[in-house]
Write a protein that binds this ligand. Structure first.
Ligand SMILES: [Ca+2]
Ligand SMILES: [Ca+2]
Ligand SMILES: [Ca+2]
Length: 219
């Protein structure tokens, strides 16, 4: 009887601890599948949701790496900020990299594309990436997180793409293949939140055991 009860408690602890063990997810790539035209979203792909945070964006189905892609629009000028979150509310993730390019009719603009990560609404890092330079439609190149966003836990990513048709013919920035990973905890490192959950669970299990023994001894 006691052994059975002890086994149940041990099983409960094991289930709780294994249930919270961090796992490596396979990185996914947001390729902006969908229709041509001004983009506001939201759109879902591979467990993530992307939408227009501010400004103006255009999803173009005849360009990209491969098509379609997301770009700022010279029709609106200014900037378009793309927002990406997990499709599961408040779920954290890492940003690993993306492909970027620009269309710069005279190749006069050298503006970087800004990537910024947020956690609970607070900026936790940003990195700048300059597209490869060429007159006209420049080539796509792959850029990876290497600064403050490298390995940084975020729950929202914003990518700022610029467009300008006023000072150099026309110029706009484009992106494709946003690589994201919901695996946020490297192996063999402390996991604060699940660890706390485990301690609480262990404590509850211990309390249950103590109460059981107390009740059993009295009876
Ligand atoms: Ca995809
Ligand atoms: Ca694409
Ligand atoms: Ca340029």
């Amino acid at each position: 009887m006691k052994t059975t009860h002890g086994s149940i408690l041990l099983s409960l602890i094991l289930v709780v601890s294994f249930g919270i063990t961090p796992a490596f997810a396979t990185p996914v790539t947001i390729g902006f599948d969908g229709a041509n035209g001004p983009f506001t979203g939201p759109a879902d792909e591979d467990g993530f949701t992307y939408s227009l945070f501010s400004g103006d964006l255009f999803r173009w189905i005849v360009a990209g790496n491969p098509p379609p892609e997301m770009e700022a629009t010279v029709v609106a000028n200014g900037e378009g900020i793309l927002k990406i979150v997990s499709s599961t509310l408040n779920e954290a993730f890492n940003w690993l990299g993306f492909d970027i390019a620009e269309w710069d009719s005279n190749n006069l603009d050298q503006n970087p594309i800004i990537v910024e990560g947020f956690l609970n609404g607070i900026s936790v890092g940003s990195e700048l990436f300059t597209p490869d330079q060429a007159a006209g439609q420049g080539p796509y190149s792959t850029k990876t997180a290497a600064g403050s966003l490298l390995g940084t836990t975020i729950d929202e990513l914003r990518i700022t793409l610029l467009a300008d048709s006023t000072n150099s013919g026309f110029f706009f920035q484009r992106t494709d293949n946003i690589v994201l990973d919901k695996m946020i905890t490297p192996p063999n490192q402390p996991i604060p939140e699940p660890g706390t959950i485990f301690l609480i669970s262990s404590g509850l299990a211990g309390l249950a055991a103590w109460r059981y023994r107390k009740k059993h001894v009295k009876a």
